[in-house]
Design a protein around this ligand. Structure first.
Ligand code: ZN
Length: 504
């Protein structure tokens, strides 16, 4: 009989090979979204599908289940934070998710999501919710079936949420999000009625793409992006992907009449990339070397984009560089004006265009609605009306049509139910970690003003990146900040900014 140690060795060897195989798929996806010529679409689809089939077959093989069972029964996993325990715990979780779903359901989910996304595209274009409603109902039925297969009898929303945010529950999120909602609605109301408006025209002048790219690269490098282990390219929809140790790729797009898009977009993707570049490469292919959750991943992007990139001290260092890059656009622009312009807070209809404060109200609304849709409390046909009611209540706006209302996001059409909360979790964790980093490191603003970002990155590496999946998001928060997730730090940050720019 083989020992637990040898079973564990076999398991990790196989997992690492599966990860290498799957990273080949990531190269194909990267190529797909950046340079693949149109005529190569069909061949690319066969490449991607072959790799996906191969990785799925290897990962769902009964051998994995046998190795897991052998190690689970041993002393190797006694300490829950040991490398072996972390690897076994998360592999078990993914293995169960992958093997408990009947192939017929997997196939139907894939097929329906793809058709439904297609239906959503044209429904959005024509602002025609009625044509999309049957697809949404179908998706919700399939997601209910999926949840019931994975964890029979458990709260379905929690099962779906768990895929993106391991260990998180809707009960906990409701407490945190509700404590955030009231004060945030009030704050945004005060900002709106202050009558003050950020001089956003400054950012809409002529910003040549090449100069934007140069400055974006300079900023990414300044905050610690390793260009020897990463790439910044262009794509229509900015994203970041890790192809493996030493190879992190991100993209952006340049709008010559809006400075904010590429610059803050690049800082955002840089935040994701810094996390990927900071994961322990010796654990590549194993949960011990992977990111904690989507919420924690997003906390890294939001921290660099908003808490660092929209701070006054950051621009003390970077505005002089922007003046060199864009002498015409920035002529006669004061630091105060620039700082106000990049911190424009204003209720708007579209989530992806929202500022760092109102963004969360868009997300909270979707979190509430998707739970009601999944439980059946909200009939699909009532979604547009309920959407508009909440938009009015939280942001004081009513969408003129469903394209700018409940049809704006792709997520639900593709089966992404339980995903939205991770965006606001990112903002909450970012603010909470940042508050702690300030306590631990001292005057971060003085450092940023001098272009010193290495202390903050070092703090993130040590406290978050190197641990991989050793701790859940909740445990990490407790360990790093001494507190469970709380709306306090984000609210305090937003209030400080509102006081300074709108309410003084
Ligand atoms: Zn992100």
């Amino acid at each position: 009989m083989s020992s637990p140690e040898s079973n564990y060795a076999e398991l990790t060897k196989e997992l690492r090979e599966i990860a290498v195989l799957s990273s080949i798929g990531s190269v194909l996806h990267w190529d797909e979204r950046t340079v693949r010529p149109p005529a190569g679409a069909e061949h690319r689809a066969s490449q991607v599908s072959l790799i996906a089939t191969m990785t799925h077959a290897r990962f769902t093989s009964p051998r994995i289940g046998e190795w897991l069972a052998a190690v689970e029964a041993s002393d190797l996993v006694r300490d829950p934070h040991s490398d072996a325990a972390v690897n076994v715990r998360y592999t078990r979780r993914s293995y169960d998710r992958a093997t408990k779903l009947p192939p017929s359901l997997v196939e139907e989910l894939a097929r329906t999501s793809s058709l439904s996304e297609h239906a959503w595209e044209s429904a959005k274009k024509n602002s025609d919710f009625k044509s999309f409603a049957p697809w949404l109902s179908k998706i919700l039925d399939l997601k209910r079936a999926e949840a019931d297969c994975i964890a029979p009898g458990k709260n379905r929303y929690d099962t779906l949420l768990d895929e993106y945010e391991p260990g998180e529950t809707s009960a906990n999120l409701r407490v945190v999000f509700e404590a955030l909602r009231g004060p945030l609605v009030e704050l945004v109301g005060k900002i709106t009625s202050s009558g003050r408006k950020a001089p956003t025209e400054i950012l809409e002048r002529n910003y040549p793409a090449d100069a934007q790219e140069k400055l974006a690269r300079e900023a990414a490098a300044a905050v610690g992006f390793d260009f020897n282990a990463g790439v910044l390219a262009r794509s229509v929809h900015p994203f970041c992907t890790s192809l493996g140790p030493g190879d992190t790729r991100m993209t952006t797009r340049y709008d010559e009449h809006y400075f904010g898009d590429a610059f803050f977009g690049t800082l955002h993707e840089t935040g994701h990339s810094l996390y990927d570049q900071g994961l322990p490469s010796e654990h590549f292919g194993l949960p011990r070397g992977e990111y904690v959750s989507l919420g924690i991943h997003e906390s890294q992007s939001r921290m660099w984009e908003n808490l660092v990139g929209r701070s006054r001290s950051f621009w003390k260092h970077f505005l002089p560089k922007a003046r060199i890059a864009f002498p015409n656009a920035t002529a006669n622009v004061t630091e105060d004006d620039w700082y106000f312009a990049v911190n424009d807070i204003r209720p708007s209809l579209i989530r992806t265009e929202a500022d760092e404060a109102t963004y969360n109200l868009h997300v909270l609304m979707r979190f509430e609605l998707e739970q009601a849709l999944l439980s059946g409390d909200l009939p699909v046909n009532d979604l547009p009306a309920e959407w508009n009611t909440r938009m009015q209540k939280y942001l004081g706006l009513t969408p003129p049509d469903d394209a700018r209302g409940c049809l704006q996001d792709v997520h639900w059409s593709g089966g992404g139910v339980g995903y939205f909360p991770t965006y606001t979790l990112g903002n909450l964790y970012a603010a909470q970690f940042f508050e702690q980093a300030r306590k631990d490191l001292g005057d971060l603003d003085a450092m940023f003003a001098k272009g010193e970002f290495a202390p903050l990155l070092g703090w993130l590496r040590k406290n978050i990146h190197t641990h991989g999946k050793t701790y859940t998001a909740g445990e990490l928060s407790q360990r790093v900040t001494g507190k469970p997730l709380s709306p306090g730090p984000l609210l305090a940050h937003l209030k400080r900014k509102a006081d300074e720019l709108y309410l003084k």
